[in-house]
Design a protein around this ligand. Structure first.
Ligand code: ARG
Length: 255
């Protein structure tokens, strides 16, 4: 008799715990959905680490979209080149990293509507007297971040056309490191997105000497085929544009 009671009790207990757990899980998912967002800090003012905190335009932009659409965000700071593989492997749900929408990337991931436009810029040390031809040609060292459109521009326009050798392009994990090396005179110029180049000129002894018109647009990226999430992001983006929140963030980070 005792044995049967105990068994019955245990079954009851297990059922209770299970249903409680389920109710809680369902309850949570109705309120908010967790999204893991990958970025690559060191790209001011879009994403920067400040005293251990990830801040920037992209961070605020994603948080504003998340608030509209009921997402709870978990941020991951990765190397820029590993963002697309991370989306592909399902390690992150969204990449918010000032990522240019390119035909090549579009084959591997899906992009939201564009949220920013940029070209490339050439920056050099403030006191340097190099002109753009000198900065980019001859035996000068050019820096850029691995896997970016800036690095591709140097490769396609200068290296592949035989204007410079491939050892003249130095790859960095972040543009912050590239600019540090520029200031320290280890390289002679950096090719980087225009808005980021402008920001560096405010924070470092560097100046912009040329704009390379590439006509880039930034988009948020999701795993190829994740049209449900993409639609949510686009809806959120258009809502924050309508509400004035987007302009508020532009003011905060660019003016
Ligand atoms: N817009 C450039 C590209 O897509 C550079 C982006 C770098 N982003 C970053 N978060 N470090 O290649």
């Amino acid at each position: 008799m005792k044995k049967i009671n105990l068994k019955y009790f245990t079954t009851l207990l297990v059922a209770l715990v299970l249903s409680l757990g389920l109710t809680t899980a369902v309850g949570f998912s109705q309120n908010t959905e967790e999204l893991t967002v990958g970025t690559s800090a060191g790209f001011p003012p879009f994403e920067i680490m400040e005293e251990g905190d990830l801040v920037g335009f992209d961070v605020d932009l994603m948080e504003a979209i998340a608030e509209e659409q009921g997402f709870d965000l978990q941020w991951r700071d990765l190397s820029f080149a590993s963002l697309i593989p991370a989306l592909d492997a399902g390690k992150i749900d969204v990449a918010a990293a000032a990522m240019t929408i390119t035909a090549e990337r579009d084959k591997k991931v899906d992009f939201s509507d564009p949220y920013w436009s940029a070209d490339q810029a050439v920056i050099i040390r403030e006191e340097s007297e190099l002109n753009v031809v000198q900065a980019l040609m001859g035996s000068r060292m050019i820096g850029s971040q691995t896997g970016t459109t800036g690095a591709s521009w140097v490769k396609e326009e200068l290296i592949e056309k035989g204007i410079i050798g491939d050892s003249a392009l130095r790859h960095y994990d972040t543009y912050v490191m590239a600019v540090r090396d520029l200031v320290n005179k280890n390289i002679d110029s950096v090719v980087v997105d225009t808005p980021v180049a402008e920001t560096f000129t405010e924070r470092q002894p560097v100046k912009v000497i040329a704009r390379l018109v590439t006509g880039e647009n930034y988009g948020l990226a999701v795993k190829e085929g994740n049209s449900e999430l993409l639609a949510e992001l686009n809806t959120g983006l258009s809502k924050i544009k309508d509400s004035g929140k987007y302009d508020e963030l532009v003011q905060k980070w660019f003016e």
